[in-house]
Write a protein that binds this ligand. Structure first.
Ligand code: SF4
Ligand code: SF4
Length: 391
């Protein structure tokens, strides 16, 4: 079991310093974490997500440290006015150019899109033109999941929060984006995990190929590869491992059923696609009595490659990242978000973007997570203590 577990943990996707406090603000800490991942020869995708400025010198330093990692930088781009995002947009495009010049994979994520701000046609055109001028040919832009009437009724703060959480793009904006994508020859990925996976020609760590109509699989370069993953089954040793660390579940091996939800009706489905409890398929269905979060379902999914779920589980906001069962087992919080295993230092300062400043007053400096290898060592130590290891 140890070898199988080590391999699985070595392959989980890791995001560095993705909590409050941009990875560029805490550059030395970010670099040290990347060095450790490189030393440990982490094999999964590693990313940083930033709105900060990475100059030539920093880009070269990053390139040197990460040369043996599957590393990419996700640069958030929005061209939102300074009252919402008090940061230079020009520097964001320069960061993209500097990273490309240093040979680092860079994937812009256009977010958040707020209809009457950067959702206006002239701002969207400016974003696409600037991206194309920066040498970009692929971006992440989350798909349409909304309803015009609903958005119209919201005040600005609610729209921003909603745009970030539910990732709404109105049909009108969606059409403009599709037209601009063709005009500037920039491919769109509708989910972060898909965008990242296509950069590395890998199967995404979130099984969006089970809902192909929602994410645009038919126009994705990974289409054939992902088709092959629809029926994949996990290593039985990992199923055994999950039971040993305390997950109480039924493992169902059903013929997979692809999602039939129309993109325009996505908000009518109560489940999360990454923890879908609705469609049939190979799934790890946690006992409804067990207290878990979406962090637990991500942990199961990243390790096994199949969906971990529980009837009725959804994103209630608040702390959905602490994977309760594995955290209890190792005796400290283990955090995972939708697309990433989290290894982050949270700061009490960031750039002050309006859409997260509301949380700033209650945020204290704190470390979350560890390198995956350290997590593996902690798990093995606990298993040995409890006599749970058979090899
Ligand atoms: S084929 Fe579909 S699931 Fe696979 S990476 Fe592309 S969009 Fe994502
Ligand atoms: S959560 Fe809903 S929309 Fe997503 S795959 Fe499952 S059934 Fe489809």
């Amino acid at each position: 079991m140890k070898t199988t577990l080590k391999k699985a943990i070595k392959n989980i996707p890791v995001c560095i310093n993705n909590y409050y406090g941009d990875p560029v603000i805490q550059w030395d800490n970010t670099i040290n974490k990347l060095k450790k991942l490189a030393d440990e020869k982490h094999e999964g995708i590693v990313s940083i997500i930033t709105r900060g400025f990475i100059n030539d010198e920093k880009a070269k330093e990053l390139a040197e440290i990460t040369k043996n990692l599957k590393f990419l930088v996700i640069v958030s781009v929005s061209e939102l006015p300074e009252r919402i995002e008090p940061l230079s947009h020009k520097e964001r495009y320069q960061t993209i150019k500097n990273l490309k010049k240093a040979g680092i994979k860079v994937l812009p994520n256009v977010r958040p899109i707020i209809p009457e701000e950067n959702g206006r046609p002239e701002v969207l055109e400016s974003i696409f033109k600037n991206l194309a001028d920066s040498g970009v040919d692929h971006i992440i832009i989350s798909g349409f999941r909304g309803d015009d009437n609903l958005i119209d009724k919201m005040d600005l703060d609610k729209k921003i929060e909603w745009s970030l959480r539910i990732k709404i793009i109105t049909p009108e904006i969606n059409k403009i984006i599709n037209d601009l994508s063709k005009k500037y020859n920039i491919r769109l990925s509708r989910r972060v995990a898909c965008g990242v996976a296509t950069e590395f020609m890998k199967i995404p760590d979130n099984p969006y190929y089970l809902s192909p109509q929602l994410v645009g699989c038919d126009s994705c370069p990974n289409y054939l590869m992902c088709q092959g993953a629809i029926s994949r089954l996990p290593d039985p040793k990992l199923i055994d491992f999950l039971r040993k660390v305390g997950y109480d579940f039924e493992y169902t091996i059903e013929v997979p059923e692809l999602c039939q939800v129309e993109p325009t009706k996505r908000t009518e489905c109560p489940s999360c696609c990454t923890a879908c409890y609705i469609n049939k398929g190979p799934k790890i269905r946690i006992n409804p009595e067990q207290e878990i979060t979406l962090g637990d379902t991500a942990f199961i999914r990243f390790l096994t490659g199949v969906i971990g779920t529980q009837d009725g589980i959804y994103d209630p906001g608040g702390d959905t990242a602490t994977a309760k069962v594995i955290s209890n087992f190792v005796g400290r919080p283990v955090h995972l978000v939708n697309s990433w295993y989290v290894w982050s230092r949270q700061l009490n300062k960031c750039y002050g973007c309006t859409y997260c400043i509301t949380e700033a007053y209650k945020i204290e400096e704190k470390d979350f997570g560890s390198s995956p290898e350290d997590l593996y060592n902690e798990i093995v130590e606990k298993m040995e203590e409890k006599g749970l290891l058979d090899d």
